[in-house]
Design a binder for this molecule. Sequence first.
Ligand code: NAP
Length: 323
Amino acid sequence: MSSVQPIFERLALIGVGLIGSSIARAARAENVVRTIVATARSEVTRRRAAELGFADEVVEANAAAVADADLVIVCIPVGQCGAVAAEIGPHLKPGAVVSDVGSVKGSIVRDMAPHLPDTVHFVPAHPVAGTEHSGPDAGFAELFVNRWCILTPPPGTQPHAVDRLAAFWSALGANVEAMSAEHHDLVLAITSHVPHLIAYTIVGTADDLQAVTRSEVVKFSAGGFRDFTRIAASDPTMWRDVFLANRDAVLEMLGRFNEDVAALARAIRWADGDQLFNLFTRTRAIRRGIVETGQDSAAPDFGRPHAPLPLAPLPRPYAADSE
Ligand code: NAP
């Protein structure tokens, strides 16, 4: 996977949280770029990035970061991308490839493209990889390995710019596919955005229940609910922006979801076990497909670490009676 010649000379990362810092770590590990310059909004994050040392330079201003870069990747919440494009637009180097990592693509094209000069190549991207953690300490070099990175070049984008960015993401370990921004937003609405909305809702509903205390929710958070709490711990700023930016596709998928939930409720009410069994059989096959393509682990309990069983046998309350 290691590239012999760097694909880009100088990479500028605007934002070095989970995604930006993971790109920096992976690009450096794989020798995909010669130098990396990074920036972030706050002094605290810039200082931490400098301490962690995944970039060659950490600078204060977005405009200063992009000045000499031949690849610029904007790695910030979707709602900020338009303003940052306006800031960096006049300072971009002619011929540079400008990209992003936003989880929504239609709004990124709408908000960023008008601020970018004709002399640069705009190739929006979305690495479909992440965790519920944020910030520069959360990143790691292997984040993108065997994950998909979706490119959504606007019509008319020069193919060589798309190919170079595709080569960059492949070198980071990702599988790359291109599609339109509209199609991306529809697909991700059902595979990522609505599932997050359901997780936020179910954890919020449990927290609101009067008859179940918050300590019980934490204590008995077995199986399904525990997995929802992990997703519902995702960054509030990022996800607020995702839902506002992908409103139409999310509402479309949510409408379908609500209809299907109503049908399931009816099946339960009328004791239609066949309907439940058939659906659960179909969904189990989808899970198997995800494991078979290496998108998730088949390890028992996802390979989570467990406390060992006690070495001594547990005391048996009725031992004296039977022995
Ligand atoms: P994050 O960990 O919260 O990091 C965001 C970074 O953006 C921080 O370094 C922040 O700096 C910086 N930033 C915010 N506004 C800025 C501005 N105006 N100028 C310069 N820097 C700015 O977020 P993330 O998880 O990496 O997400 C970043 C993007 O990746 C989002 O668009 C998200 O949709 C997308 N994405 C996320 C995931 C995921 O699972 N997390 C997966 C795929 C794609 P400060 O710390 O100083 O505020």
